[in-house]
Write a protein that binds this ligand. Structure first.
Ligand code: CO
Length: 137
């Protein structure tokens, strides 16, 4: 079940350059993490109770690399916090909503994630994220 908004993912060619905008607004990068299986480097910027995730490609042929080549930098996905990604995936799949992965996979910060195809969600790429037990909100 979805419990809230977790983060907003923004595709950027360079975290080093993109972070300056947020820092000028008084926000700070809390962590930078590489997720090699996704081909991406992620900078996490807490804002209020949610986060902005800057997504920098590790290579041109990664998901974010191809996104940047096609669409340029900008809003990439919206992530909803779930307390059960497997159950949410099953319920969406049963309703015919297309998902990008057969099973939830590990994402940044040890979360379990699934993506909903924009075709099934009004044109928005949604990520569903389940935090590991014991992780802070
Ligand atoms: Co994300």
């Amino acid at each position: 079940m979805v419990k809230g908004l977790d983060h907003i993912g923004i595709a950027v060619p360079s975290i080093a350059e993109a972070r300056l905008f947020y820092e000028r607004l008084g926000l700070a990068v809390e962590a930078i993490e590489e997720v090699p299986q996704e081909g991406v480097r992620v900078a996490i910027i807490p804002v209020g109770g949610v986060k902005i995730e800057l997504l920098e490609p590790l290579s041109e042929d990664s998901t974010i690399g191809r996104y940047l080549a096609k669409r340029g930098p900008g809003l990439h996905h919206v992530c909803l916090a779930s307390d059960g990604v497997a159950a949410d995936s099953a319920s969406l799949r049963a309703a015919g909503v297309p998902l990008l992965r057969d099973e939830p996979t590990p994402g940044a910060e040890g979360a379990l994630v699934q993506f909903v195809h924009p075709k099934g969600a009004g044109g928005v790429l949604y990520e569903l994220s389940e935090r590991p037990v014991g992780a802070r909100d």
